[in-house]
Design a protein around this ligand. Structure first.
Ligand SMILES: C[S@@+](CC[C@H](N)C(=O)[O-])C[C@H]1O[C@@H](n2cnc3c(N)ncnc32)[C@H](O)[C@@H]1O
Length: 398
């Protein structure tokens, strides 16, 4: 007897949730009672309470996130597959399965053995605080390039002085995997630029996460770092899809892009990178700004804040906030949905704010209501110039 595609899909989902191989489940083509519901994203997460499933309901203007014990999560998800959501895409450590259901109930299931590069790994964690525990990492700590870049030792454990960097790489990889899955559910040959890539830790992580057909370019002003990164890429057989170029963000030669990354590019280099990503057509931008110098000198707080902002540290934090709030709003004005969040604990780095932007409107359709809000915010703080506004041709002061 032939097992119907839906039952086969649910069988694969149950097995993956129970044997720890589930990477993620994405449900799309919603036709739920609530018309604002777009997707349901499911991921495993290890909490103190034990393994859980994190469910994220994506609505047009907000996300709702809840954790459930795996059995409860599955009981909630299973009736939705093929009913409230016509498309279901399952990724496990070894395979991916895509179920497409038609409104008449007929369904097609495609199962593919997963490219081992894009799978995550469950391996012993060598950090003292997690002694005797296993952890689920998007990048296998045994990846040879992590050792070449000096992040891990010969046992595939983070070197003591690189523990923070190791965690940052893993957290970044987890976030990027999620954002790429959301933004490009079916596209694999992505073109990615990592601007101000430094020693290439995150650039290599991108190459490890994405399919072999992806092309990743790192851009960095310091030629000695570029040479070392290219050598490491060659050593690990990644040279055809991972290349590093010496030059500035503003002047780098770029192809049409899908994804733009710039983590900790200094001051307005973040704005240069965002503008280049936008101009190159990137549908996903991921930046983590640092050294917010540009607005500090312009900050002229309204009288009610003048006394509070006499303190240098408050001025600095206020300048950071206004710089990044304007960045996020300018991106929204230009047609992106943005998320602003702390991507790693401040215990590991103070530079932990991340802005992600996913294109939701075509280019050339700026939003006037957002424009008014941007000008109000700039005026409130006396800001007349912002590098990203200049790049985008947005007039801050009328
Ligand atoms: C703090 S490091 C961050 C490296 C990497 N993105 C990371 O997070 O691991 C910033 C890097 O950006 C480079 N950089 C700064 N401004 C740049 C620019 N305008 N063009 C290219 N690279 C730049 C610096 O040389 C430095 O290596």
């Amino acid at each position: 007897m032939t097992v119907p595609p839906l039952d086969r899909f649910l069988g694969l989902l149950r097995t993956a949730a129970n044997d720890g191989s589930l990477v993620k489940l994405t449900l799309g083509k919603a036709r739920a009672a609530d018309p604002s519901l777009q997707n349901l994203f499911v991921r495993p997460v290890a909490l103190k309470a034990g393994p859980q499933l994190t469910l994220v309901w994506r609505h047009a203007t907000r996300d709702i996130t809840k954790n459930f014990p795996p059995a409860d999560g599955l009981a909630l998800i299973e009736p939705l597959v093929g009913h409230d959501f016509l498309d279901a895409h399952l990724f496990t450590a070894t395979q991916s399965a895509q179920l497409e259901t038609q409104p008449d109930g007929s369904a097609r299931l495609r199962v593919k053995v997963q490219n081992p590069r894009s799978t995550s790994a469950t391996v012993p964690d060598g950090s003292a605080s997690d002694h005797n525990h296993t952890k689920h990492y998007p990048i296998a700590p045994t990846a040879a390039w992590l050792r070449t870049l000096g992040v891990t030792n010969e046992h595939g454990q983070p070197r003591a002085e690189m523990t923070g960097k190791f965690r940052q790489i893993q957290k970044f990889a987890e976030l990027l995997q999620h954002l790429v899955g959301e933004t490009f559910p079916h596209q694999t040959a992505l073109k990615v630029a990592d601007m101000g890539c430094g020693k290439g830790y995150l650039t290599f992580a991108v190459a490890e996460l994405l399919s072999e057909s992806a092309r990743i370019q790192g851009i960095e002003t310091r030629p000695e770092l570029v040479a070392a990164c290219n050598r490491a890429a060659e050593t690990h057989g990644l040279g055809t899809r991972l290349t590093f170029n010496a030059g500035t963000i503003a002047d780098a030669e770029l192809p049409a892009l899908d994804v733009l990354i710039a983590l900790h590019a200094c001051d307005t280099a973040t704005d240069d990178a965002l503008a280049r990503g936008l101009a190159a057509g990137a549908a996903l931008l991921v930046v983590s700004p640092c050294c917010h110098k540009e607005l500090r000198a312009q900050l002229t707080p309204p009288p009610v804040l003048a006394s509070a902002l006499r303190s240098g540290i408050f001025q600095e934090r206020q300048a950071e906030f206004v710089t990044d709030a304007l960045r996020a709003q300018l991106l929204e004005w230009a047609g992106y949905r943005t998320k602003v969040f702390e991507f790693i604990s401040t215990e590991h780095t103070a530079k932990n704010l991340m802005i992600s932007a996913q294109r939701i409107r075509p280019r050339g359709s700026p939003d006037d209501a957002i424009a008014a809000g941007i000008r109000d915010l700039a005026q409130f703080y006396g800001i007349r110039h912002h590098a990203l506004a200049t790049h985008l041709g947005f007039v801050l002061v009328r």
